[in-house]
Each structure stands twice: as structure tokens, then as C-alpha cells.
Design a protein. Structure first.
Ligand SMILES: NC(=O)c1ccc[n+]([C@@H]2O[C@H](COP(=O)([O-])OP(=O)(O)OC[C@H]3O[C@@H](n4cnc5c(N)ncnc54)[C@H](O)[C@@H]3O)[C@@H](O)[C@H]2O)c1
Length: 321
């Protein structure tokens, strides 16, 4: 099977490419390096089964001569915390339409990277795939990301009904691990690791009581490889996240990372940043996935504990310093 990955030089894309190449798949990867890194894909460059296209998928010509059985569509803008909402809405819509059109004309399946952020402020935990999606007002720009992904999901489902496009939608919950972007783009763990390595203050947004369920990237990409290889995943939505034991508050995550890097003797240095510093911002106070559908369909369960996953991630982040 030939798999095309958009955003291959990014975090999840490069980890997925590695897993697929190891398993003998042919991989075509595309990236414009807006948020990806050459170092994430350099080890694949000499492999016959890997083709890299440096280009922007908003340009229709970029993938013209490259057909595949499946397109895993990962390239995306994220929550506009420090960036702008226009780019999130415009890019995510534009790239999605290009990829969906390509899948329809090439008769490829699409695997679409959606996000836990679509559940928004829903307070009924854990979130299952049929839970309500509860967003805040459109005047708060952070919702642009969830809106773009909800639109993406519905656009894909409508394209299935209209044009027979086969799809799998994965709603990813906070992935972390080697190759992550070491800035806020990669998530709080990326920044906390950098700061703890420098013994500098770790910035906590709000009071740090908000919780997340962090998923080691190997578990994320193992779920995506099931979507690729198992036809049971056709035309389904799946949460892709860790077990509930991996839920942790952001302040405890900062403390855990500090302890893993600097031990017990030195107290963590924490600096609290009020949400008002981001303009109008609404955070999600708790995010826990119900992953029973993943288990029921594929007998799949995430294997990594947060402590073990963080050790691997810290070792990698030390190396790239
Ligand atoms: N990492 C997570 O925890 C997480 C959680 C939920 C959802 N997701 C979704 O998973 C996907 C992958 O996330 P990630 O963390 O690997 O992101 P990432 O930013 O590390 O990777 C995305 C890659 O896409 C590339 N890209 C962006 N726009 C492009 C364009 N127009 N043309 C070509 N390349 C382009 C970037 O350069 C980057 O390398 C995204 O769709 C994201 O919304 C990720």
C-alpha cells in the first residue's frame, strides 16, 4: 500500500512515517516546513520507499503526480493562542478542500486528524465519540481551531454521502514525544521540558488546575496504523487518546517534568500567566477521552504511562538542544 502523509515533517507525521516505513509501506510525504523540521525526516531520505515533496498543499499542483491508496491528512494550523484565527480558519479549510478533492478524484481513502478540542467546554466526562461538542462564543478566537476541525469532519462525512469518499476520523488527545515542536506549538510539555532543562521559570496559563490526558506519540501512531490497515475503521470516528490514569493537571505536569529533570532538591520555578494576557481566552478545564470504541474495534489499548513517555521525550529534547 502507498500512503501519502500531509505534514510529514511535523510531529505526528514523522513518527507515523517511521512506523509505516518500518512495516514495509511505501510513503509519500509532503510538508512546507512552516512548523516541521528537516531533522524529523532526514533519516528517511535515503530510503527507496520514501518520497518527499517540499511544497504547500494549498497549491493544487503540489501533489498532482502523486497517487496513493490512503491520504493521512495531518497538515494543519492549531489553536490561535499566539497566532491569528484567520490563518487557522483559512488554511485548515483550504487544505482540507484540496485533499478531499484529490481523494475523490484518485479514489483514495482519507484519514483525517481531528482533535479533542472539538468537545470544547463539555463538562460531561469522559468524552465519547457521540458526546456533544460545546463551544464558546465566536468572538473568542481560540475556538477557530475546533470550528475548523468540526467543519472538516462534517465536510468529509458529507463528501462520503455525496461522492462515496471513504474516511476515518481520529480525534487526537494531546500527543507528546520525540520530534514534537519544542515551542508552545508542540504543547505545554514541550515548553516545560525546555525550561526545566535550563532551570528557568515554567509558565503556567491560568492557575494550572486544568487537566489533560497526555498520549505518548507511539500510541497515537499505532492507532492510526490500525485505521490504515483495518477496513473496520471505514467511515468511523475514533477518539485517540491515553487511558484515564494519564489525566494530570497542568501544574502537576510542570512539577513532574521538573522532578524528572532536576530531582527533588530544587523546587520547581513556576510563573502564572493570567488568561487575560491572551486577549479573550477560554480554556477547557478537563479533557478525558473514552477510548472504548478503539478497544472494541481493534482490541487496541495505549501502552505508555506518562512517566515512561516523558522520560523518552526528555531524553530526545536534551539531544536536540
Ligand atoms: N499533537 C497533538 O497533540 C494533536 C492533538 C490533536 C490534534 N492534532 C492534529 O494532528 C495533526 C498533526 O499535529 P502535529 O502536532 O504533528 O502538528 P505539527 O505542526 O507538528 O505538524 C504539521 C505539519 O504540517 C505542515 N504544514 C502545515 N501547513 C502546511 C501546508 N499548507 N502545506 C504543507 N505542509 C503544511 C507543517 O510544516 C508541520 O510540519 C494536526 O492536524 C493537528 O491538528 C494534534
Amino acid at each position: 500500500m502507498r500512503i501519502l502523509i500531509t505534514g510529514v515533517a511535523g510531529f505526528i507525521g514523522s513518527n507515523l512515517a517511521g512506523k509505516l516505513l518500518e512495516a514495509g509501506y511505501e510513503v509519500i510525504g509532503v510538508d512546507n516546513f512552516s512548523f516541521g523540521f528537516e531533522r524529523n525526516i532526514s533519516r528517511f531520505r535515503k530510503l527507496n520507499k520514501f518520497t518527499f515533496i517540499e511544497g504547500d498543499i494549498r497549491d493544487s499542483n503540489c501533489l498532482k503526480n502523486h497517487k496513493s491508496d490512503v491520504i493521512v491528512h495531518l497538515a494543519s494550523q492549531k489553536i490561535p493562542r499566539y497566532t491569528n484565527a484567520f490563518r487557522t480558519l483559512d488554511d485548515n479549510n483550504n487544505t482540507l478542500q484540496k485533499i478531499v478533492q484529490k481523494c475523490i478524484s484518485d479514489k483514495s481513502r482519507i484519514i483525517y486528524a481531528s482533535t479533542s478540542d472539538v468537545y470544547g467546554k463539555n463538562t460531561k466526562l469522559p468524552f465519547s465519540e457521540t458526546s456533544d461538542l460545546v463551544l464558546g462564543p465566536t468572538t473568542i478566537k481560540r475556538w477557530a481551531y475546533a470550528i475548523s476541525k468540526i467543519y472538516g469532519e462534517q465536510y468529509i462525512i458529507a463528501s462520503h454521502e455525496e461522492f462515496g469518499l471513504d474516511y476515518t476520523i481520529g480525534r487526537f488527545f494531546g500527543a507528546y514525544g520525540p520530534n514534537q515542536n519544542p515551542t508552545w506549538w508542540g504543547g505545554p510539555q514541550s515548553v516545560f521540558i525546555n525550561k526545566a532543562l535550563q532551570k528557568e521559570e515554567m509558565e503556567i496559563h491560568g492557575d494550572g488546575s486544568q487537566t489533560r490526558t497526555f498520549t505518548y506519540v507511539e500510541d497515537t501512531v499505532n492507532a492510526v496504523t490500525r485505521f490504515i490497515s483495518d477496513p473496520k475503521s471505514d467511515n468511523q470516528i475514533f477518539n485517540v487518546g491515553a487511558t484515564q490514569e494519564c489525566e494530570i493537571s497542568i501544574i502537576d505536569l510542570a512539577r513532574l517534568i521538573w522532578k524528572q529533570i532536576n530531582g527533588d532538591k530544587l523546587n520547581p520555578r513556576l510563573k502564572f500567566i493570567p488568561y487575560s494576557d491572551f486577549g479573550k481566552y477560554e480554556d477547557v478545564m478537563a479533557r478525558i477521552p473514552d477510548i472504548s470504541k478503539l478497544k472494541e474495534f481493534f482490541n487496541f489499548e495505549p501502552a505508555w504511562s506518562l512517566e515512561e513517555g516523558l522520560k523518552k521525550t526528555i531524553a530526545w529534547q536534551r539531544e536536540i538542544k
